[in-house]
Design a protein around this ligand. Structure first.
Ligand SMILES: Nc1nc2c(ncn2[C@@H]2O[C@H](COP(=O)(O)OP(=O)(O)O)[C@@H](O)[C@H]2O)c(=O)[nH]1
Ligand SMILES: [Mg+2]
Ligand SMILES: [Zn+2]
Length: 296
């Protein structure tokens, strides 16, 4: 049986892209089987399907997932592009670190994309931000849809993989996607304001090919910013620069607070780990503990 990828799901239909690039409108066969396994097919899933007519068929089974996101619901994403503007609104580190932590936990590769480079005079702020994320190993790309700076570099990161854009409202995600997908104009902030509608336009999640072997998920990006379901011990694993040092902490399960022999704190004191990153770690740890207290 052929294997294709679900690129869109609308009211009970799954649109499966065949190996030849054709879109096949499918229903799921034996919905009960899927339900029993608590497995709802997601956009991004590789599925086996059976043709029943031209352009029509049944999904018969779902292949194991490489990654899985719940908000937005999408499977097999390789990479998240964390988008943050330099101005309008000002760069904020905390939301970037939140998205990075969620991306790490989902097992995604991560790239930071700074937008609206045309609104700052020189590269000093970009360099400052780059320095923050250097020890964590995240690439930082500065872009502008006005001057086109950084757009080609971003495209290189999007080739041959499936990416999702994450970031707060107004940072320029739709504008970037419009640069990448000139054939389909997404609503940007300015346009939707003119129409007097809310900024959040609900859209179906859809995978769109970029023509360079890459595809992007057309979604508002992952919105989950709380740490529900996180355990305190796993948080530092979601900071690469802490993860690589925590094996050298004296105590197993070290939370890198005030424990003796903590390799992470030592690295913060030596400025090998950026203090702002560590402070956000502490903030998120507090939120995880508060969340747990509410549960019990
Ligand atoms: N100056 C400037 N404005 C931008 C740039 N990218 C986006 N914007 C503006 O920022 C606003 C929000 O953009 P939008 O793409 O809707 O953001 P989203 O909410 O993240 O999808 C719009 O008014 C865009 O025109 C840029 O590179 N430079
Ligand atoms: Mg948008
Ligand atoms: Zn430690």
């Amino acid at each position: 049986m052929p294997v294709g990828q679900i690129v869109k799901a609308i009211s009970g239909f799954y649109y499966v892209r065949s190996p030849e690039g054709e879109e096949i409108q499918c229903r799921a066969r034996g919905v009960f089987k899927f339900k029993k396994k608590k497995l709802t097919p997601l956009v991004g899933d590789y599925v086996q399907y059976e043709m029943t007519g031209p352009g029509e068929g049944f999904v018969t089974s779902v292949e194991p997932r490489q990654t899985e996101l719940l908000r937005p619901p999408i499977a097999n994403v390789d990479q998240a592009v964390v988008v943050c503007s330099l101005r309008e609104p000002e760069f904020q580190q905390m939301p970037v670190d939140r998205f990075l932590v969620h991306g790490e936990r989902a097992g995604l590769d991560l790239v930071i994309c700074l937008t609206k480079r045309d609104l700052v005079d020189d590269d000093s702020e970009v360099e400052r931000i780059r320095a923050i994320y250097q020890t964590a190993g995240y690439p930082v790309i500065a872009t502008s849809i006005r001057t086109q700076v950084g757009i080609d570099e971003l495209k290189k990161y999007l080739a041959e993989r499936t990416s999702v854009f994450a970031g707060q409202s107004g940072v320029g995600k739709s504008s970037l996607l419009n640069q990448l997908l000139p054939d389909r104009k997404l609503q940007t902030g300015a346009v939707s304001q003119k129409l007097g509608r809310g900024r959040h336009t609900t859209r179906q999640v859809e995978l769109i090919p970029l023509g360079n072997g890459g595809q992007v998920a057309d979604t508002p990006g992952f919105s989950q910013l709380t740490f529900q379901g996180f355990e305190p011990e796993e948080l530092s694993d979601c900071f690469p620069e802490m993860r690589e040092r925590s094996a050298r902490c004296r105590f197993r399960g070290c939370l890198h607070l005030n424990e003796p022999g903590c390799a992470v704190k030592e690295a913060v004191e030596n400025q090998e780990i950026h203090a702002g990153r560590y402070n956000n770690y502490l903030q998120f740890l507090t939120e995880i503990k508060e969340e747990q207290q509410r549960r019990y």
